[in-house]
Design a protein around this ligand. Structure first.
Ligand code: KIV
Length: 272
């Protein structure tokens, strides 16, 4: 049984690929400031994401749409100062990818200013060219498919994606095309466990899940959900680790341990 411990080396993309090959799970969390980033780094969280969820959990907006590149850079720089070993991933906010040139300019600036090792972007088939462009210019990309909060108005709410036969086939095909286009990671949000399992097995690149079942290569949660301070009702796929722990540090360590030992997510956190 794995017990959470500090990371013993800097986490890189080849290392995450090695974990996938060995069938070892890795833990990811969102962070928006220096203090939490330090705690996560010390607690063995392999990937720290400066997510555009900051628009909701930090800024108090109803959606992630108002977040700007400048906001992401500000929080990215703070988080970056707190990390020694964890891999830093930073979100491309809504409206930052409206053309290939704009995507390349914004992603380059984000990498330069925050030290991000990977940028994450929402969009399936519509962003294949962007994945190709960033990849060609040596900017590692994590593509985010399934539920995409930046498309909340188009999707008509926050719903599980890929439940019917046709959309499941489409998601598998998109995932393969994203890998082909040069993505280094794929993130699946709110996808039935069976479909997420198939996609994870289909791809060579590591797949990170949130509300996507227990078989993805890595798991991610929004920090506020993990420490039980989500302002509204927390998502059903999340878990408040503070209920069984007496400090934030031990709650984060318990999350890492649970991911590594495959006890989180449990069946109650998964969709069918
Ligand atoms: O912005 C974010 O926090 C995210 C996670 C939900 C994966 O994209």
């Amino acid at each position: 049984m794995y017990v959470s411990k500090p990371l013993d080396k800097k986490i890189t993309l080849p290392y995450l690929r090695k974990l996938k090959k060995q069938g070892e799970k890795f833990a990811c969390l969102t962070a928006y400031d220096y203090s939490f980033a330090r705690l996560m780094d010390k607690s063995g969280v392999e990937v720290v994401l400066v997510g555009d969820s900051l628009g909701m959990v930090i800024q108090g907006h109803e959606t992630t749409l108002p977040v700007t590149v400048e906001h992401i850079e500000y929080h990215g720089q703070a988080v970056s100062r707190g990390l020694e070993k964890s891999l830093l991933m930073v979100d491309m906010p809504f409206g930052s990818l409206n053309s290939q040139q704009q995507a390349l300019d914004n992603a380059s600036q984000i990498v330069k200013k925050t030290g991000a090792q990977v940028v994450k972007l929402e969009g399936g088939i519509t962003q294949i060219k962007t994945v190709e462009t960033l990849s060609k210019y040596n900017i590692p990309v994590c593509a985010h498919v399934g539920l995409q909060p930046q498309s909340v108005h188009k999707m008509g709410g926050y719903r599980v994606q890929g439940r019917d036969h046709d959309s499941a086939i489409e998601m598998k095909d998109t995932a393969l095309q994203i890998q082909e286009a040069g993505a280094d990671l794929l993130l699946l949000e709110c996808v039935p466990e069976a479909l997420a399992t198939e996609i994870t097995q289909l791809l060579q690149i590591p797949v990170i899940g949130i509300g996507a079942g227990a078989n993805c290569d890595g798991q991610i949660l929004v920090l506020q959900d993990l420490i039980g301070i989500t302002p509204d009702r927390p998502p059903s796929f999340s878990k408040n680790f503070m209920l069984e722990n007496d400090s934030i540090e031990t709650a984060i360590s318990a999350y890492v341990t649970a991911v590594k030992n495959k006890t989180f997510p449990a069946a109650s956190h998964c969709f069918s």
